[in-house]
Ligand binder design. Sequence first.
Ligand code: ADP
Length: 273
Amino acid sequence: MAENCNHDCSSCAQSCSENQHVKKEPLPTTSIGKIIGVLSGKGGVGKSMVSSLLAVSLAKLGKKVGIMDADITGPSIPRIFGVTGEAYGDEGGIYPLTSSRYGIKIVSVNSMLESEDTPVLWRGPIVSGMVNQFYTDVYWEDLDYLIIDMPPGTSDVALSVLQDIPLDGLVMVTSASKLISMVVSKAIVMALKTNSHIIGLVENMASVKCPDCGRLIDIYPASDTAAIADKYQLEVLAKIPLDTNLSALADSGRIEACDEHYLDELVKKVLDL
Ligand code: ADP
């Protein structure tokens, strides 16, 4: 039971109306403006892609940005940014790695493993503890925005991020497949139950962009995104097609060279937070 709640918080997804969960604190030398979580119901929908594009868009505007790769079992942020090398720390905390072009600070378990293909075989509470440490024990220093690439789904790890870290807003990534939109709805309900502010929806890979003529071709017969937006009164702030330019940049660690404007509307909302 949390010290200021009158029920067993570990077994429920509710924020207590009178007694909020005690949020974790970063290092005293750290100053973080806004914290944005990027969540989807399932892995592979494009959470890391959206986290990376959002970070790059904000950094291009001169903002100081960090990314916490909280997708501990499927970490991909260092690879997308081409950041190699081992993270190191001292008794006071962990030093983030820094991207080459815009100086985006990155913390990921992948920078702490023997090799990129070493799996993380930890149980939920240990993973949650590590995610919390990425917030409390990292020398983030002075950031305008910390983007959290959230653990996928509605697992206990995702839930503890929502409860333990003082998020200013959440971006929900979905796609047009009925299977994905059904699972994303669960993540939306989880976020609402924890009183998290959802900035809006990003629909990813619902269409494919022809690399020759740029025409968009729908991949699925129909999309549920508008219906989800309607049901939960959310805005669809971006639609990113499956774009071979994006996958090539991400795969080669050059996402900072992306000059697409898919997230312009989302960026405006984030700047207004
Ligand atoms: P998640 O973080 O939700 O597990 P990722 O962002 O890692 O998903 O995306 C899964 C794969 O799809 C990655 O290889 C990524 O580069 C690719 N991808 C994601 N979004 C797009 C897109 N809009 N166009 C092309 N490839 C994409």
